[in-house]
Design a protein around this ligand. Structure first.
Ligand code: APR
Ligand code: ZN
Length: 263
């Protein structure tokens, strides 16, 4: 629940958005926990269930057993497939509909911003998207559903239909470079905006976690909505340690009242 102090801060953030020219929203796994997808570093998070080593590019390439594990993980797929956007995702889609969103820079691979109705052209997915697999040899991309349909009963991950190469989920593994065009454009947007709002990230994984710093260094306002403290709290203009869904819903409701008063 938000408390009275949060109420004041919620009003402050709504006013910052109302006055801003270019609002960038930066999201992490914490925005999707209310959709039933565990985040990575909270108690019971993803890294308490899976070994991060199995998500390093080196082990994926060297170890067929790791590729089999990844294939089984894709086959189980329920982690993302049945998840639907929650109030926080919907609030960000409302910001776009109100003309108050330049873009979303997300570390998430769950596709929930697109599912909430944000224009995919305004969603920069720094760590890729679980909807695709990519061939490491010819670079061809395939919808994961298509590959799963064709090979559901296969024990081993299927090879690329085009060249027989290794297929890998189109998400960034540890030790892998981020998609450079996406990273370049996200960096440009973060450095150009006049307000950046972080929602649901521990801000401990780089280079993604540089985005709030780029914004601050360029003179933008910085807001952090996160259950727990982050390393950037000290440079933020507003910090709200409460649930993303309720906070974002209240911010957009307050913003709507402010914008209605202006017409
Ligand atoms: N409301 C607000 N904050 C929340 C909520 C919620 N409902 N649920 C979780 N949080 C906060 C947690 O307190 C935590 O600080 O969201 C943050 C999520 O942090 P992480 O689990 O570290 O996720 P993230 O920051 O996205 O991780 C970055 O690390 O493992 C890699 O590639 C992976 O993209 C991921 C990257
Ligand atoms: Zn191929």
């Amino acid at each position: 629940m938000t408390d009275l102090l949060d109420e004041k801060r919620i009003g402050r953030v709504a006013e910052m958005i109302a006055k801003a020219r270019d609002v960038v929203v930066f999201t992490g796994a914490g925005i999707s926990t209310e959709s039933g997808i565990p985040d990575f570093r909270s108690p019971g998070g993803f890294w308490t269930k899976f070994d991060p080593e199995d998500f390093t590019i080196t082990r994926f390439l060297e170890n067929p057993e790791t590729r089999r594990k990844q294939w089984r993980f894709l086959l189980s797929g329920d982690l993302f497939r049945d998840a639907s956007p929650n109030r926080a995702h919907q609030a960000i889609a409302a910001l776009e509909a109100m003309g108050k969103l330049d873009c979303i820079i997300t570390q998430n691979i769950d596709n929930l911003h697109e599912k909430a109705g944000n224009d995919p052209e305004r969603v920069f997915e720094l760590h890729g998207n679980m909807r695709w697999v990519r061939c490491l040899d010819c670079g061809e991309r395939f919808p994961v559903e298509e590959i799963l349909e064709r090979h559901r009963s296969a024990e081993d991950p299927p090879p690329c239909g085009g060249c027989g190469g290794i297929l890998k989920p189109d998400v960034v593994f540890f030790g892998e470079a981020l998609p450079d065009e996406t990273l370049r454009e996200a960096t440009r947007r973060a450095s150009r905006c006049d307000l950046l709002i972080v929602i649901g990230s521990s801000l401990v994984v780089y280079p993604a976690a540089y985005m709030p710093l780029y914004a601050k260094q360029s003179g933008a306002g910085l807001v952090i909505v996160n259950w727990t403290p982050t390393p950037a709290d000290g440079i933020a203009d507003v910090v709200i340690h409460a649930a993303a869904g309720e906070v974002m819903e209240r911010i957009v409701a307050d913003l709507r009242r402010r914008l209605d008063r202006c017409v």
